[in-house]
Design a protein around this ligand. Structure first.
Ligand code: TPP
Ligand code: MG
Length: 394
């Protein structure tokens, strides 16, 4: 996939010459790092608010690979939503609209880097090489999330808003204390969270600790404009990325619907972190195109024209337009990819339907590594209760 170090041309946080800043402003919103416009036009170089220069230089195969990731994670996500609608999952939190933020940042991670997700990072999970069936077991209620965080360097999904930012901070402090930073092979940590989470005490405490202990941590906020029904204006009066400054580390806002810019900005922040330059905040400016979860009805709190305006900035459509304009991919490529996405989603569905229901008594397993007398008693009591049904019609 993404090769070497295409996203990083400067390590320092030096100020860009005035002319370059003007050029960046002319190319688009000066507050938004963008390398691919909604129309699919490439911007060669973009500058962050502190003058950091961002560019990517992917091969055609790598561009196609990023597009493939975007299409596959959207298709698998749509299949999960359909499965929930048909009663096969208890709940699903769709990533629709946020594919570029997740694939861009997920592919920017090096193999040694550790990620701490929320409940919506199915695209990052995919980039980490985890079988997409894994989170579906959790949302079907048949397991507690089946992957090994250490094996995949991807922690368990966290539903408690913002809690994972503290877990990530503690983990990153450990990485730093173990001397695993300071070189090209150093380890960096990334914590995902939403715009709503920035109002949580946990996240603000994580900012303080990460800053004063100079931890190798990238705070990756997907600002999808809503915390369930609460709009961004109820969370902040300043752009979220600017909050970083008050905590003593840099912040940058990237076009989260632009997979190339999301990659470049994340790769740069991770590399700064692994080299011992401390934390940073990335605000990926994006939009939740679907419902908060399958339990939510967004038509109750937002208007259709807003959704339509963001559909025009679709992360997949702009990448497709770019590949077509540049003749990087042809009709055969797109047709083959559609077929691959269809086949993978059918395969996913078949495996979900084949997931065995767990024995109810297994809910007592794995609570403590070495058991506990109280829990053993509860298990025995529950087993007797279940046995009382044996032989009855119900
Ligand atoms: C500590 C805590 N409070 C409240 C909730 C209920 N809750 C679940 S999702 C959510 C909104 C989160 O919004 P945001 O951080 O923007 O993430 P998004 O869902 O938009 O990705 C809330 C309040 C929770 N899970 N945990
Ligand atoms: Mg949100």
């Amino acid at each position: 996939m993404a090769k070497g170090d295409p996203g990083v041309t400067t390590r320092g946080r030096r100020a860009a010459p005035r002319s370059k800043r003007a050029a960046s402003a002319a190319a688009g919103d000066p507050e938004l790092v963008q390398l691919l416009t909604p129309e699919g036009e490439r911007i060669e170089t973009a500058f962050g608010p502190d003058g950091t220069e961002y560019r990517v230089d992917f091969t055609d195969e790598e561009y196609r690979g990023l597009y493939r990731d975007l299409v596959l994670v959207r298709k698998l996500d749509a299949e999960a939503t359909a499965l929930q609608r048909q009663g096969e999952l208890g709940l699903w939190a769709s990533l629709l609209g946020q594919e570029a933020a997740q694939v861009g940042s997920g592919r920017a991670l090096r193999s040694q880097d550790m990620a701490f997700p929320t409940y919506r990072e199915h695209g990052v999970l995919y980039c980490r090489g985890i079988d997409p069936i894994m989170p579906l077991g959790l949302f079907r209620g048949v397991d507690q999330g089946g992957w090994d965080p250490n094996e995949f360097k991807f922690n368990m999904y966290t539903i408690v808003i913002g809690a994972q930012t503290l877990h990530a901070t503690g983990y990153a402090m450990g990485v730093h204390m173990d001397g695993k930073t300071g070189t090209e092979d150093g380890e960096a940590v990334i914590a995902y969270f939403g715009d709503g989470a920035t109002s949580q005490g946990d996240v603000n405490e994580a900012f303080v600790w990460a800053s004063v202990f100079n931890t190798p941590l990238v705070f990756f906020c997907q600002n999808n404009q809503y915390a369930i029904s609460e709009p961004l204006e109820r969370q902040t009066r300043v752009p979220l990325y600017q909050r970083a400054r008050g905590f003593g580390f840099p912040g940058v806002r990237v076009d989260g619907n632009d997979v190339l810019a999301s990659y470049a900005v994340t790769r740069h922040a991770l590399d700064n972190a692994r080299h011992g330059q401390g934390p940073s905040l990335i605000e990926a400016y994006t939009y939740r195109m679907g419902a908060h979860t399958t339990s939510d009805d967004p038509t109750r709190y937002r208007i259709a024209s807003e959704v339509e305006a963001w559909q025009a900035k679709d992360p997949i459509a702009r990448m497709k337009a770019f590949l077509e304009k540049q003749k990087i991919a042809d009709a055969d490529f797109f047709a083959a990819l559609d077929e691959q996405a269809r086949a993978e989603s059918v395969h996913l569905r078949e495996r979900v339907l084949a997931m065995p229901d767990p024995e109810p008594v297994t809910m007592f397993d794995h609570v403590y590594p070495h058991g506990s007398p109280e829990l053993d008693e509860q298990r025995a009591q529950f087993s007797r209760y279940m046995e009382s049904f044996e032989g009855s019609a119900h």
